[in-house]
Design a protein around this ligand. Structure first.
Ligand SMILES: C[S@@+](CC[C@H](N)C(=O)[O-])C[C@H]1O[C@@H](n2cnc3c(N)ncnc32)[C@H](O)[C@@H]1O
Length: 205
């Protein structure tokens, strides 16, 4: 499992690696561009708004929303990722900090229209994901939404099929969202399959 230093080393190759795997339709990034397109349109459905991106990486998604007029806030624990994203979005409030420990101080006490988490949650155990999502839910405006795009599956059988197909590349350290499991904890959560290994979840307050 990558830690903050792992993400620092990957930062400059990240966008190209992801695009290449997505273009091949291969695990783990098949569906990445489609998921980001869908999330960008859901984030902008009521026009420019206040967006918090949890684990924004190089800022690929956040930059689209920034350019569309959103106020962009974010937190990440890779200093290199933050430097790359901040250069693209000079007026965004991008904070350093481990999401496991909650939001960085400048991001607290605000409410957001949209909270995004793309390809960041599979680094968290299920227990930590749930704790983070509950904390983030409290930071939503009354009609706000959390939008999650990640390596994800409808159920265990769906995940098993992907693991069998991509056995040599499968990352046993990562913990993927499985809709069947998570909907027990968040009954209002919706799920949309984007590709054989990518799903989109929405969660309201
Ligand atoms: C695979 S990248 C995804 C980046 C971007 N959201 C995207 O869709 O391309 C995961 C990002 O989440 C960040 N991240 C992972 N775990 C984190 C944690 N516990 N706290 C803060 N950031 C974290 C990493 O530093 C990295 O920038």
């Amino acid at each position: 499992m990558l830690d903050d230093k792992g993400f620092d080393s990957w930062a400059y190759e990240y966008d190209a690696n992801v695009a290449e795997t997505d273009a091949k339709g291969a695990y783990p990034f098949a569906g990445y561009a489609a998921a980001l397109d869908r999330i960008a349109s859901l984030a902008l459905e009521n026009g420019p708004c206040d967006v918090l991106d949890a684990g924004f990486g190089t800022g690929v998604l956040a930059k689209r929303l920034y350019d569309a007029g959103c106020r962009v806030f974010g937190q990440d624990y890779s200093k290199t990722m933050i430097a790359i994203a901040q250069e693209k979005m000079p007026n965004a409030l991008l904070c350093f900090g481990d999401l496991d420990e909650g939001l960085a101080q400048p991001l607290q006490g605000r409410q957001y229209d949209r909270i995004l988490a793309t390809y960041a949650l599979h680094h968290f155990t299920t227990e930590r994901k749930v704790r983070l999502l509950k904390r983030l839910q409290e930071c939503l405006k009354p009609d706000g939404k959390i939008l999650i795009g990640d390596i994800a599956f409808a159920d265990e059988a769906d995940q098993a099929a992907c693991r069998a197909r991509f056995a040599s590349d499968w990352d046993e350290d990562e913990i993927y969202l499985i809709y069947d499991e998570i909907k027990e904890i968040f009954p209002g959560m919706t799920y949309e399959k984007i590709s054989h290994c990518c799903g989109l979840f929405t969660l309201s307050r």
